[in-house]
Design a binder for this molecule. Structure first.
Ligand SMILES: [Zn+2]
Length: 387
């Protein structure tokens, strides 16, 4: 995996933190729905729960919220309805209401693992690592099969231990944490670059996140311990921007690239919780200022001529499972297709696509609503442009 090429093309981990709960939630609803329904009210309740679940799967969180609210009206003592409401509010970033509903679900069923999991996530986002860990411990206790959560719990403990004595510094939009007073200047450099990224990426996408964003600077070794990221990873965004910073003392082009890249992921995540990886990684590389060089262009041209380029729909899932050369290739295709999209249709259309995704459209529908071409037509046009 640790090839020379991979080292050059930094790979970034973009970890989805809440989707693991969907399975647990499905199981819970299935239990509710398979119980014999006896009255019209129970039927209506089950129907609204089911609708909410379907809407949640389609990332239509506002629709899901309305359905769960209806279900709750039929049965206010239902843990499932309050849980559904809590998760929908969470995805809509209304954390205050999310917390209220999740706590209500726990009052009804104190052993509700998913409610504990989401409350942990809420506190994690508030940077209250102690509370987050205690909710996640309960979630793992009540649902021992939640292996992904167990891994995060171990990570949060390492993170907590590592960051306990970190210093911090803030600007209007960012909070940076780092170890050792000698890193004060490094922290300031990072903040200055991120404020530039805030303006530039914000201006291009007409989007400025309304929450303070956290950035954590690690030594190379701490970065490995806390993130489990592969050795070639230049940084990650998992709700916080984490980068190994080594001994930076000045603003370098490499540092700027990493920060712009990860900040773009943060903005994309703030706009839409669901995005195909090629679009996410294409945008991140675009804003970091990465270009397809002459050698890569020639390679893409030759492969395009033989019709051997994969469809973009094959690049929607995580790139992490790809082997070294495949990953390099996937990042290159992502940048190439997204740059073509921006050059041909303008950044505001790309933003439209992100907003369509946020509203629950699948990739095909988001693209056709955004640029008036089907997914396949866009794919073909982009590949023709390479020949
Ligand atoms: Zn990335």
């Amino acid at each position: 995996m640790k090839t020379q090429q991979l080292t050059k093309t930094r790979i970034h981990l973009c970890i989805s933190v809440v989707n693991i709960a969907l399975f647990i939630l499905t199981t819970l609803f299935f239990t509710v729905l398979t119980a014999p329904a006896q009255t019209t009210e129970q039927n209506a309740y089950a129907r609204f729960l089911n609708n909410g679940m379907e809407q949640m799967k389609a990332a239509d969180y506002q629709g899901a919220l309305n359905s769960f609210e209806q279900a709750r009206r039929y049965n206010d003592s239902s843990a499932a309805a309050h849980l559904g409401l809590g998760i929908a509010y969470f995805h809509l970033r209304d954390y205050q209401h999310a917390e209220r509903e999740l706590n209500r679900a726990l009052e009804i069923n104190p052993r509700e693992a998913t409610a504990n999991q989401f409350l942990g996530e809420l506190y994690y986002r508030k940077d209250d690592l102690d509370s987050a860990a205690s909710y996640w411990e309960k979630a793992v206790e009540f649902d021992p099969s939640a292996s992904g959560l167990r891994t995060r719990l171990e990570r949060i403990r390492r993170e907590h231990k590592t960051e306990k004595d970190f210093n911090q510094d803030v600007t209007t939009h960012f909070l940076v944490k780092y170890e050792g007073r000698e890193k004060i200047e490094a922290g300031r450099i990072v903040l200055r670059i991120l404020e530039d990224a805030y303006s530039e990426v914000g201006h291009a996408l007409s989007y400025y996140p309304d929450r303070e964003m956290q950035v954590i600077l690690y030594s190379d070794q701490q970065f490995q311990e806390v993130t489990d990221a592969p050795g070639w990873s230049g940084g990650i965004y998992d709700g916080k921007i984490r980068i190994p910073i080594g001994g930076i003392e000045q603003k370098t082009q490499g540092l700027r690239r990493i920060l712009y890249h990860e900040y773009t992921h943060a903005v994309v995540r703030a706009i839409t919780p669901r995005v195909p990886t090629w679009l996410n990684e294409g945008l991140a590389q675009y804003f970091e200022g990465r270009e397809i060089d002459g050698r890569q262009k020639e390679m893409l041209r030759r492969i395009a001529q033989t019709d051997k380029l994969p469809p973009l729909s094959n690049l929607e899932g995580s790139f992490m499972g790809l082997c070294g050369d495949q990953a390099v290739f996937a990042y290159m295709l992502s940048l190439s297709s997204v740059r073509y999209m921006i050059d041909s249709f303008g950044m505001y259309r790309v933003k439209d696509i992100l907003e369509e995704l946020a509203a629950g459209a699948d990739t095909g529908k988001a693209i056709s609503n955004g640029i008036m071409l089907s997914y396949e037509e866009f794919d073909i046009n982009w590949k023709r442009s390479l020949e």
